[in-house]
Design a protein around this ligand. Structure first.
Ligand code: HEM
Length: 418
C-alpha cells in the first residue's frame, strides 16, 4: 500500500477535528508536489508571495486538471448552460470589474459609507433574541441554536433574499458542501452518492437564485441583488449568468464561514479557560480576540481553484505551468516562522496579520460584516451564558475540507444572564 502524504492525511474525514499534526509535517516542505501533480503551499511567506503573483490564476477553467478534479470531487462544473465563474474563480480584469460592481452595493451607497456599522443594532437585537430563546435550557447546540441563525438572517437581509427561501437554501448548501471532496476518500461509493445528491442540490439552488433575479428584473426590491440587477454604474449591470453565480457565491460565503467561526470561537474558548476568563474580565479584547480565534481555527482552510499560468520557482521548487496550486491558509496560520507559539491562543497577540481572510485581489470583501457579527456574538455569549461546558470534545465535524467547522457543538449551560 502506498503511504499517504501529510496533505492526503489532513484531508481525510477522520482527521477533520485535528489536521494540525499533518500541517506540521507538511510545512517541512513549504511547496510540496502531490501524487496527482498538484502543489500544496503550506508556509506563510510562500503563500503571501503567491497571493500577489500574477502568474497564479484563480480561474479553474484555465487549468484542465483542476476542472476535471473539481468535476470528480463533487464541485459542480462551472460551465452549465447559464453559469460563468464567480469573482472568486476569475482573474483580473473581469474579476476587478465585477468585484467593484458588487462592493459598490455591499458597502452601501456613497452617501452612506457607514452602512455596515449601522447594522450593529440589528445584529445585537438578533443575538439578544437568540440568547433569550435559550432561557430554561440546560443543554444547547451552539451551531444550530446560536451560530447558524445570525449570519443567515443577515446575509438574506443584505442580499434581499426573502426569509421563506432560507430553509431550502440551507438544505441545498449543506448537501452541496458535503459532496465536495478533494481527498483520498473522494472515489468511495459513499462519496459518489453524496456527489450525486450535491450536484442536484446545486442545480436546485441555481434555479431558485435565477428565478429570484428574474423577479427583481421585473420589479425592483430591497437589498443588494436587486441593486445589482439595476446597476447603472460604468461597470454595470452584470450579465444574468454572472449575477447568478455571484449571488450564489455570496449566499455560500455568508452562510458557512461565519457560522464556523462563531462555533470554533466558542469551542476554542471552552478549551482554553484562561482565555475565556480573560475575555470576561476585559471585554475590550473581543476585537483582537476574534482575529486570534480566526488565526487559530481558520474557517477557510485552503482555496482550491488556483493554478500556475507559467513555471514558478519558489522555495527551491518549480511549480510547472498548468499545475493546480492549493494555498493552505490553515497551515500558514500556525506557521512558527511567522507566529510565536502558534499553537497557543493569545488574545493579545501582537502583529497578528493572519491569512483567515486571505490577501491580494481576492481578499474577503465580507470581512467587515463577518468581524462585526462574530465580535458581537462571541462577546454576548461570554457575557450572558452561565457556566458553559463542552459535552463532547472533539465535537462532530462537517465533511467539507475547505469550509471546516463543527457540525454540532453541544454545550451544557447553567443559564442565561440578563
Ligand atoms: C468569518 C467569516 C469569513 C471568512 C473567514 C472568509 C474568508 C474568505 C477567504 C479566505 C476568501 C479568499 C479565498 C481565496 O480566493 O483564496 C474570501 C473571499 C470572499 N469572501 Fe469571505 N469570508 C468570510 C465571510 C464572508 C461574508 C459574510 C461574505 C459576504 C457577505 C463573504 C464574501 C466573500 C467574497 C465575495 C469573496 C471573494 C472575493 C474575491 O474573489 O474578490 N465572506 N473569504
Amino acid at each position: 500500500m502506498v503511504e499517504e502524504t501529510p496533505w492526503q492525511q489532513a484531508l481525510r474525514y477522520a482527521n477533520r477535528a485535528d489536521p494540525y499534526p499533518f500541517y506540521k509535517e507538511l510545512r517541512k516542505t513549504p511547496v510540496s508536489r502531490q501524487p496527482d501533480g498538484s502543489y500544496v503551499v503550506s508556509t506563510y511567506r510562500e503563500i503571501v508571495s503567491l497571493l500577489h503573483d500574477t502568474r497564479i490564476s484563480s480561474d479553474p477553467t484555465k487549468c484542465p486538471q483542476l476542472a476535471s478534479m473539481m468535476e470528480g470531487s463533487g464541485e459542480p462544473a462551472v460551465e452549465s448552460e447559464f453559469m460563468v465563474p464567480d469573482i472568486i474563480s476569475s482573474d483580473p480584469p473581469e474579476h476587478d470589474r465585477y468585484r467593484r460592481l458588487m462592493t459598490r452595493h455591499f458597502y452601501g451607497p456613497s452617501d452612506a459609507p457607514d452602512w455596515i456599522s449601522r447594522l450593529e443594532p440589528e445584529i445585537r437585537r438578533i443575538v439578544d433574541d437568540l440568547l433569550d430563546g435559550l432561557r430554561g435550557k440546560t443543554r444547547i447546540d451552539v451551531v444550530d441554536d446560536f451560530a447558524y441563525p445570525l449570519p443567515v438572517t443577515l446575509i438574506c437581509e443584505v442580499l434581499g433574499v426573502p426569509r421563506e427561501y432560507e430553509a431550502r437554501f440551507h438544505t441545498w448548501i449543506e448537501s452541496a458542501l458535503d459532496s465536495f471532496d478533494l481527498g483520498p476518500e473522494a472515489s468511495s461509493e459513499e462519496a459518489e452518492s453524496r456527489k450525486k445528491e450535491g450536484d442536484e442540490s446545486y442545480r436546485e439552488f441555481q434555479r431558485l437564485v435565477s428565478g429570484l433575479i428574474d423577479r427583481y428584473a421585473e420589479e425592483p426590491g430591497p437589498g443588494m441583488l436587486s441593486a445589482m440587477v439595476h446597476d447603472d454604474s460604468p461597470d454595470g449591470p452584470m450579465p444574468k449568468s454572472a449575477l447568478v453565480s455571484n449571488a450564489m457565491l455570496l449566499l455560500f460565503a455568508g452562510h458557512e464561514t461565519t457560522v464556523n467561526l462563531i462555533a470554533h470561537s466558542v469551542l476554542t474558548l471552552l478549551r482554553h479557560p484562561d482565555a475565556l476568563e480573560k475575555l470576561r474580565r476585559r471585554p475590550e479584547l473581543i476585537v483582537p480576540g476574534v482575529e486570534e480565534l480566526l488565526r487559530y481555527e481558520s474557517s477557510v482552510q485552503f482555496w482550491f481553484t488556483r493554478s500556475a499560468l507559467e513555471d514558478i520557482e519558489i522555495a527551491g521548487t518549480t511549480i510547472p505551468k498548468g499545475a493546480p496550486v492549493f494555498l493552505a491558509y490553515g497551515a500558514a496560520n500556525r506557521d512558527p516562522q511567522r507566529f510565536t507559539d502558534p499553537d497557543e491562543v493569545d488574545l493579545e497577540r501582537p502583529d497578528n496579520q493572519h491569512l483567515g481572510y486571505s490577501q491580494g485581489v481576492h481578499f474577503c470583501f465580507g470581512a467587515p460584516l463577518a468581524r462585526l457579527e462574530v465580535q458581537i456574538a462571541v462577546d454576548e455569549f461570554v457575557r450572558r451564558v452561565e457556566n458553559p461546558r463542552l459535552v463532547a470534545d472533539p465535537p462532530p465535524y462537517r465533511r467539507n475540507q475547505v469550509f471546516r467547522g463543527p457540525r454540532h457543538l453541544l454545550v451544557d449551560i447553567g443559564g442565561i444572564r440578563g
